[in-house]
Ligand binder design. Structure first.
Ligand code: SF4
Length: 351
């Protein structure tokens, strides 16, 4: 086998049997060569389920009138994260629907508190914002921005009413990277109507973006969405995409997303750890907020510290001692071609 970066074919992405096993083993090996047995452990808090976007695949879309909308309280989150967070996490991701109000009222002051009171690295996943808010978030102390392109094919992106438009979203990704953020992106596997060419386009898009990491989320039919009756993504396709991503960019941060539990309830998540994933996320959202943060279904499978640690251990992995934010900072100091910031990024980010 070659160590050259792999660009997948559709046959690779649809492989089964021995070929699939070899693909997964090769991806796991590539991950262990770069990261050893260590897996980054990040907490996540979901701070608002208000969203001004209307993605066809998401239960938090603005047209879902059946959802009670909430924003988290700053004091509640600060108390939880400063004094009662799990000892195992090195980083925290603050996630929200696209809701600039919560960014100003909760996220910015929370980041300042975390940076002052803890050693946590801070990631944010808040949708597309304006340049001033991005700068404020960075000044407050966040260093990683998660902005998924979701769907690489522009027509399919529009058909799925994914956020804003694809051109603008890609501009934001490039601009974030060009202004010093470590950017992680992601796409959805198994969306109803996704063609083979459309699936492969996600890899081309991910490859040309200035990313520190990328995720693959299996499509899960969300309640109260136009796609509620569509079939769940094939877990095998999702895992093959994760493995191919690892072999395309061996140094990337690739998470095992919690939706793997919904795509294959018994073993999906652990199988994700066997295909080269190197980041796991413990959900720390207070229970009273969690039940209305409905990306897919109300009946969520919550990744607690106990579940995460036992999945890692069962796969022969161990929590990384290194903070994800520190890893990215050091990695940036020794860039590869994939880390060069885009210099041609558009500056018009003032929605
Ligand atoms: S996927 Fe994100 S942007 Fe789209 S509706 Fe859901 S929360 Fe909003």
């Amino acid at each position: 086998m070659t160590d050259e970066p792999l660009f997948p074919t559709i046959d690779i992405l649809k492989s089964r049997g021995q070929a699939q096993l070899a693909l997964h083993e090769r991806a796991a090996h590539a991950s262990s060569e770069k990261f050893g047995r260590g897996v980054f452990l990040r907490g996540v808090v979901e701070v608002s389920n208000f969203c001004r976007e209307n993605c066809a695949y998401c239960g938090m879309r603005r047209d879902n009138r059946g959802l009670a909308r909430h924003r988290a309280r700053l004091d509640q989150l600060a108390e939880l994260l400063v004094h009662h967070r799990p000892a195992s996490i090195t980083d925290l991701n603050i996630q929200s629907g696209e809701d600039p109000v919560v960014v100003r009222e909760v996220v910015l002051p929370l980041i300042k508190i975390l940076r002052r009171e803890t050693s946590l690295g801070v990631s944010v996943c808040l949708g597309t914002l304006n340049r001033a808010l991005y700068d404020d978030l960075k000044m407050a102390g966040a260093s990683m921005y998660i902005l998924k392109f979701e769907i690489a094919d522009p027509d399919f992106y529009a058909e799925m009413t994914a956020p804003g438009n694809l051109v603008e979203r890609l501009q934001h990704i490039r601009e974030l990277a060009a202004t010093g953020w470590n950017v992680s992106s992601g796409f959805i596997a198994g969306l109803p109507g996704q063609t083979d060419a459309g699936l492969l386009a996600n890899f081309s898009r991910a490859r040309e973006l200035p990313l520190a990491g990328c995720s693959v989320s299996p499509f899960i039919p969300g309640e109260e969405t136009p796609l509620a009756n569509a079939p769940t993504a094939d877990i095998e396709l999702t895992l093959n995409c994760m493995a191919a991503l690892r072999l395309m960019r061996t140094h990337w941060i690739i998470p095992a997303v919690s939706a793997l539990n919904l795509a294959e309830p018994v073993t999906g998540y652990r199988r994700g750890l066997r295909t080269g994933a190197n980041l796991v996320t413990i959900n720390l959202t207070p229970p009273d907020l969690r039940e209305d943060y409905v990306l897919y279904k109300r009946d969520r499978f919550i990744m607690t510290e106990e579940r995460i640690l036992s999945a890692i251990e069962a796969e022969g992995l161990k929590p990384s001692k290194q903070c994800l934010a520190d890893y990215c900072r050091h990695k940036k100091a020794t860039p590869t071609h994939a880390w060069r910031p885009a210099t041609h990024a558009a500056a018009a980010l003032n929605r």
